[in-house]
Design a protein around this ligand. Structure first.
Ligand code: C5P
Length: 403
């Protein structure tokens, strides 16, 4: 996908070992269609060379305000006027301390100060040692930067180049990329709390066996990501899948349908939107064996008795807030044929205002899908596309239907 098509991004590097991640970030943004102009401080060039950044961005790097390449010798003005965003990654403690004073003694800070503040957003991806990060001076500077309109992204947690462990690592390139992409998206769900169920469930037979299904969780994870991009506060209740949690999404891992049922209960009082994409097992084994069921050589096969699982979506849709319209519920239906008829029937049976139909075999495990939206007014098709694009379109439809 080209999530950053037609976007001109200035990628600023200040000094820090996380400069090595800026190379990957630059590549990822170019891959998404952005034109990336790299600007480096003198300290950044101690960690990675301008040659590397030039090769990855396809543009000559700027590092001095005295650069004679610009005919008017005003790189700070020319470059910052053309940009859609200025992203400093890594933003060192020292660089941020400079910004709060409006200092401008080298090209990158000069550009941060000279950019048209209402038109060119400043995004900062901090990177530093954990003590530097938690120091009151740094935390104070971050508050000031936010008050001055900068968008300070978070930091990662873990092992640091200095050998210590804690907060302050720069976010991973993919995480920063997701934040940059989200920054350009319309915030149609800002302030809304969205809960999503995703993936299969696993119903244990004994400690080593169980019954599950082929749901990959990809559609639900794409919906969680799209909701967060649209500004929502997102909780993702995920069955057993090995997908990466979308950036900024709160994930709760569950295994069985009963676990999932339990995990979504806070949504009844807290959520504004509930989207049930999970392929929940209809039945569970009535009595899970405490120990592994052994084959005893007699040729006898075990018999399993089943009991019905709660219908999670129908339960949420029957709650008081859902019936009053304060909680908007969206169901999914995976069918093999007669999609429109089954989707209408399922919408009524589940008691939800919006039901999204798709063809099961054409979506399970795939990266793309096609959706059929069914509500009380009629239906609407979202033609085949990758799941993230469909999820974004679905968020637009949901946002339009919210009170
Ligand atoms: O009844 P069916 O499984 O076809 O319904 C699919 C929809 O209901 C999906 O939105 C699914 O997440 C939800 N569902 C549920 N709990 C169940 C079964 C289905 O939330 N036990």
């Amino acid at each position: 996908m080209n999530d950053l098509a037609n976007k001109r991004i200035i990628l600023g590097l200040s000094g820090g070992i996380a400069c090595y991640k800026a190379a990957e970030l630059c590549r990822a943004m170019v891959k998404e269609g952005a034109t990336v102009q790299v600007v480096m401080t003198e300290a950044a060039a101690q960690f990675i060379t301008p040659v590397t950044m030039q090769a990855l961005s396809g543009q000559a790097v700027y590092s001095s305000q005295w650069d004679a390449r610009e005919p008017n010798n005003m790189a700070h003005i020319n470059l910052s006027r053309e940009a859609d965003a200025l992203l400093v990654a890594p933003a060192s403690a020292d660089f941020m301390a400079k910004l709060i004073h409006g200092r401008a003694d080298e090209l990158l800070s000069l550009m941060c100060l000279a950019r048209p503040i209402e038109r060119v957003p400043l995004l900062l991806a901090p990177a530093m040692n954990r003590e530097m990060w938690s120091h009151p001076a740094t935390q104070r500077n971050i508050l000031q930067l936010r008050a001055d309109g900068a968008h300070v992204l978070g930091v990662g947690q873990g092992e640091q180049a200095c050998g210590e462990t804690g907060d302050g690592r720069m976010l991973e390139p993919e995480e920063i990329l997701q934040d940059v992409v989200a920054y350009f998206k319309p915030q149609s769900l800002r302030g809304r709390r969205v809960w999503v169920t995703a993936g299969p469930t696993f119903e244990a037979i004994d400690p080593v066996r169980g019954i599950t299904n082929l749901s990959s969780g990809k559609m639900g994870f794409a919906i969680a990501r799209a909701a967060r991009e649209a500004g929502a506060d997102v909780t993702l209740v995920a069955g057993p899948v090995s997908l990466t949690t979308p950036r900024g999404v709160h994930r709760i891992n569950v295994r069985s349908a009963l676990d999932m049922h339990q995990a979504v209960q806070p949504a009844l009082t807290q959520a504004d939107v509930f989207v049930a994409t999970a392929a929940v097992a209809d039945w569970r084994v009535a009595q899970m064996a405490e120990q592994k069921i052994k084959k005893d050589g007699s040729g006898q096969v075990p018999s399993l008795a089943f009991t019905e699982n709660p219908d999670i979506l129908a339960g949420v849709a029957a709650s008081e807030r859902a019936r009053s319209g304060a909680l908007f519920c969206v169901g999914f239906a995976a069918e093999s044929h007669d999609l429109l008829r089954h989707a209408h029937e399922k919408r009524q049976r589940k008691g939800v205002p919006l039901l999204v139909g798709n063809i099961g075999p054409a979506t399970f495990g795939q990266d793309d899908n096609a959706l059929l939206l069914v509500d009380a007014q009629g239906h609407m098709e979202l033609p085949r596309a990758d799941k993230l694009s469909l999820a974004r379109q679905l968020m637009v439809q949901i946002a339009q239907r919210l009170r």
